[in-house]
Each structure stands twice: as C-alpha cells, then as structure tokens.
Design a protein around this ligand. Structure first.
Ligand code: ATP
Length: 411
C-alpha cells in the first residue's frame, strides 16, 4: 500500500507515530526515555518486544548448573528478560558448548557505570560456564551516527575503551576483542566513508530509496548482527560447529537488532542467538532515562575521583523527604530514589541492602547516610577498576585483538 501513497500522507503517518511514541516510553538502540516524572515500564517492554521474564526457577537453574552463587545482577533482577536462555541451559546440561557475544559503541573517552553492566555480567558468565567471549567495538556505527567524530577518532576511542573492557577481568585465553574498522582494514574504512557521504535522498534518485539519513546507517544493523553467527569467526570456530549457539548479554535497548538477527538466522541456515537482557542503570537525575554518555550530567565515569563521585551522588534525585520530621513520618519513596537504585545494582550484600530498604523506606534513616554509603560503594567499584585499568598495556590490547585460535576457550 505504502508505495501508492503520496509523500504528504507518509509524513502524516510518521507524525502520528512520533506523537503516539512521545506520549509513551521510547526504548530503542538510539533512545531510552519515559514521560517526565515517570519511569521505564519493563513489563510493557517485555510485552511489546515479545521476550520472556527471567524467573526464579531460571536463576535457581543457573545456580545449580554452575555451582556458584548467581551474580548480583541476576539475583536483583537487573538481567530480567531473555530469549531462549532456557534452551542454552538445556544444551549446556547435555554437554553442548556455546559462546558469548557483547559489545560497545566507542562514543566517549571513558566508560560510565552503565556501560560496565554488560561487561561485568559477561565476565561472570565466562567464568561460570567456562565459555569463550567475542566483544565487538562498533567504531563504524559511532562514526556513522556522530556529527563530529572522524574515523581516526572512533578507532582511537575503541582502543581506549578496550582497556576499560580488559580491566573488567576477561581471560585472554577465552576472549577475542575486535574493532569493526580495524579488523576489516582500509577497504571497509572506505566503504564507511563513502556510505556517510551519500544521503538516502541522493541514493533515492539513483536507486529509488527515500529519506535524509546517510545511507550508511541502513547498512549497520547487519554489522551488529554478524557476530551472533559462529561462522563469522573462522579462526575461532572453523572445523568446530558452525552452528555453535551464541548467548548475548546486553541491555534491553539492543533487542531490536537481535530480533532482526533471529528472524534472519533460519534463512541463512544458522541457529538463532539467545539473549539475556538487562534493565538500565538510570540517569543520576531521574528514573525516566538511562545513564548515558551523550548526557554527561547523567553519568558517573570510571575516571571520576572520589570527590566527583561524592558531588554527583549528593546531586542525584532523592526520594527522601525535605526535612527529617517529614522523612520520619512518611519515609523515602524508593521507587524514584536514585541512590537506593544504584545501591541495588552495586551493593553486593543482600542483608545490608534489605536493612537500608527497610530503614530508609520507613523513615528511620535519612538520605544523607544512604548517599554516604553509595559514595563508598561506588568509590570502591571505580578504584578497583582504575587499578586494573592502569595495569592494562598496549601489548595486552594487541593480544586480546590478535586474530588467533583460542585452544583453551572451553577449559
Ligand atoms: P551511551 O548513550 O552512554 O553511549 P550506548 O547505549 O550508546 O550508551 P553502547 O556502548 O552502544 O552504549 O552500549 C554497550 C552496552 O551497554 C549495550 O548493551 C547498552 O545497552 C549497555 N548500556 C549502555 N548504557 C547503559 C545503562 N545506563 N544501563 C545499562 N546498560 C547500559
């Protein structure tokens, strides 16, 4: 039908879609937001995307199969949704192998705490299941989407970010880190540069496309899709099973890419990748957005000093009441309290978290001590990361990025 409609009618439909989206929440790889004063409704996302909730029986199963405590992000429902994770566990139980795939778009010099979440979790899965990991740096994507970054900039940022990723503790004998640009060489670099120069309008005149975005954007989703097929890594999986299954830990905003990938898989005769998907570490300012590098005020970076962290935590949105009498009477609104939310991500001790929940929520604890505790917890996370990052050399980056077989990847 659409091809018989005029441009005006198409614009009207687009405006209507934007209007209905603006009244609802928006969760996609480019934007995460809910209405002002609202918060992300994860039940709605699960329903709309058609993925499944991670339930207690799945968590218990992970516990049983790995003989170790499930990661705090599983226990607390941070990784809350999945696609076929149960099938990965079925095949693992039968003795079959799988591999993990995660990634990062190098848009900033340093990572923020939200970026650490998939990496901390993937590192845990690597250790717990004794499986290999491939990590994709989408420097091509960040070049294509950015108005200011050149190819050279995103390549440099990728190497800087890789140091932060290695600092999360990945095992070099089981991990292959690759940059879309560096590993594809100058031929691919040129295709990107060309792709960024041609608008869809121009291509439309030549090929019959429509729209104003760089045509190169249209070419990116397959690039993020390809690592979910084992055959993309001949040096790792050649001669093994080309249909080795892939499990992708990521935040739920990446789901659209992999819905597309799973849809394509049977047509290419590949197995569908499985996903385990997280909620967002919220912005410092409100529950209706994620911590994001495009809004530096929303984020705590792994390069922040204790003083920075303290200042940022003190300015975070609080669900505590304005004065101690009100707080004692009504207690804090934990649903909107950012410091408490961050503690639920990063404070490992379940009993202490429960204590704070009760005391702060029922008004016997003020927001000051909660922020103070969070400052300590985050300082510890960041300090540990800083030390590990300082020990990462350029040679180590090269070692993780070398195209090589990984003979001990399943040991
Ligand atoms: P930013 O806007 O900060 O650059 P991004 O989504 O572009 O974030 P990527 O590097 O593309 O960042 O994402 C890497 C992974 O980190 C993805 O799985 C993404 O969903 C996840 N991620 C990014 N921000 C957060 C966050 N605040 N909470 C949880 N996961 C996050």
């Amino acid at each position: 039908m659409i091809e018989t409609m005029g441009e005006k009618a198409i614009q009207e439909i687009k405006q209507l879609l934007q209007l209905s989206e603006s009244m609802e929440q928006v969760v996609n790889p480019y934007e995460v937001s809910a209405k002002d004063g609202g918060k992300i409704d994860y039940d709605k996302i699960v329903e709309k995307f058609g993925c499944k909730r991670v339930d207690q029986s799945l968590i218990d199963r992970v516990h049983r199969l790995t003989s170790r405590d499930p990661h705090v992000f599983l226990r607390r429902g941070v990784f809350f949704a999945h696609r076929d994770f149960n099938e990965i566990l079925d095949s693992f139980e039968r003795g079959d192998k799988f591999y993990l795939y995660t990634g990062r778009g190098p848009s900033s010099e340093a990572l923020h705490l939200g970026h650490l979440i998939p990496f901390m979790f993937t590192k845990y899965l690597q250790e717990a299941f004794k499986v290999p990991v491939v990590i994709q740096l989408t420097d091509d994507e960040k070049f294509m989407w950015s108005k200011t970054l050149k190819v050279e900039d995103t390549k440099r940022l990728a190497r800087e970010n890789i140091k932060d990723i290695i600092a999360c503790g990945f095992d070099v004998e089981k991990t292959f880190i690759f940059s879309n640009i560096e590993h594809a060489g100058t031929f691919y670099e040129n295709t990107l540069k060309i792709g960024k120069c041609v608008t869809v309008n121009k291509a439309n005149a030549i090929f019959g496309f429509a729209g104003e975005d760089p045509v190169g954007k249209m070419g990116f989703p397959p690039v993020q899709a390809a690592p979910s097929f084992a055959s993309s890594f001949q040096h790792l999986f050649l001669g093994k099973d080309n249909n080795l299954r892939c499990l992708i830990p990521c935040a739920i905003d990446q789901d659209p890419y992999f819905r597309m990938t799973r849809d394509v898989a049977p047509r290419l005769d590949y197995s569908k990748s499985a996903l385990i998907e997280s909620k967002f570490l919220p912005s410092l300012k409100a529950m209706n957005g994620k911590m994001s590098a495009s809004n530096p005020n929303s984020a705590i970076y792994v390069t922040d000093t204790t003083k920075d962290i303290k200042k940022k935590v003190n300015s975070a949105f609080s669900g505590g009441k304005d004065n101690s009498t009100e707080q004692e009477n009504a207690g804090a609104d934990l649903e909107v309290d950012i410091p408490f939310k961050y503690l639920s991500f990063f404070l490992d001790d379940d009993a202490e978290l429960e204590h704070i929940k009760k005391e702060y929520g029922e008004g016997r604890m003020l927001s000051g001590p909660v922020k103070q505790r969070l400052t300590e917890v985050l300082t510890e996370v960041v300090e540990k990361h800083r030390k590990a990052r300082a020990a990462v050399t350029d040679e180590m980056v090269n070692a993780f990025m070398a195209v090589r077989p990984l003979p001990k990847m399943f040991d």
